[in-house]
Write a protein that binds this ligand. Structure first.
Ligand SMILES: NC(=O)c1ccc[n+]([C@@H]2O[C@H](COP(=O)([O-])OP(=O)(O)OC[C@H]3O[C@@H](n4cnc5c(N)ncnc54)[C@H](OP(=O)(O)O)[C@@H]3O)[C@@H](O)[C@H]2O)c1
Length: 233
């Protein structure tokens, strides 16, 4: 069996998804990255040396199947797309909440549904949640709920899609990710001081975990925390 895999990353134009894409290219995989905009995805694909960049807005669920029409068979699928949401119950923005819930809880599943006939028998899927499900903060109600939803999604999909394997990563604060790296140093130091390893997770740590989950043939139905032990403190 060829070691060269076809790897599709939904949300591969930035941050952790892009890191995973770069490592896939370095390994010799046939990598496709996606984002909302086809032009931006094509630029990122060229920068990385990836096979293709495609535009699929996964919050527009009815358009996902058509957007993925040009994708061939898939060995490894990563669902990393996210839009940030700060949304308290007191000032609840229904539009924002609906958008993000749709993106992750319906969009992720619709991507898998659309690709199902193209998943190879030994295919594997990695979804991204996050630790706001366990470590809420003001305004995180939608995000916390969605992350909990990803946990359940892994369980049901691993059963329903068998023998395809399905796992999720719930990162802690990823200090060098585009979202966190621009935060004030004292904010990051506060999280670091509560992390037993004395350092925040890096994008390379998360990509390494994703590769493990994608490639290890017996890891299935796992919700993996990659957080330096942050949840223990
Ligand atoms: N960074 C962290 O510390 C952290 C912590 C916990 C969990 N996570 C999880 O890890 C994953 C990656 O996070 P990140 O920080 O690396 O993300 P990021 O840098 O913000 O990148 C988000 C990606 O999602 C894509 N995207 C946004 N809206 C989309 C839509 N409607 N349809 C399709 N693609 C869309 C973006 O592409 P375009 O902009 O090109 O459309 C981009 O490629 C996320 O699921 C996040 O919840 C991250």
């Amino acid at each position: 069996m060829s070691e060269r895999k076809s790897l599709l990353i939904i949300g591969g134009t930035s941050g952790i998804g892009k890191e995973i894409a770069g490592r896939g290219v370095a390994r010799g995989d046939e990598v496709t990255v996606s984002g909302r905009d086809a032009g931006r995805a094509a630029v990122v694909a060229k920068e990385l040396g990836a096979a293709a960049g495609i535009g699929v807005d996964i919050a527009k669920c009815e358009q996902i199947a058509a957007g993925l029409g040009g994708v061939g068979s898939v060995d490894h699928l990563v669902l990393a797309a996210i839009e940030r949401d700060q949304n308290s119950v007191a000032d609840y923005d229904i539009g924002r909440a609906t958008y993000l819930s749709t993106l992750k809880l319906v969009g992720y599943i619709e991507v898998i549904h659309a690709l199902l006939p193209r998943l190879t028998p030994a295919a594997s899927i990695v979804l991204f949640g996050g630790l706001a499900k366990d470590r809420p903060y003001p305004g995180s109600t939608t995000v916390s709920t969605i992350n909990g939803g990803v946990t359940g999604m892994v369980h049901t999909l691993a059963v329903e899609l068998a023998p395809v394997r399905v796992n999720a990563i719930h990162p802690g604060i990823v200090g060098d990710s585009p979202f966190w790296s621009v935060k004030p140093a004292e904010v990051l130091a506060g999280y670091t001081s509560r992390t037993p390893t004395g350092q925040l997770a890096t994008m390379a740590d998360i990509a390494d975990a994703a590769e493990f989950l994608l490639r290890n043939g017996s890891v299935n139905g796992v919700n993996l925390h990659v957080d330096g032990g942050w949840m223990l403190t």
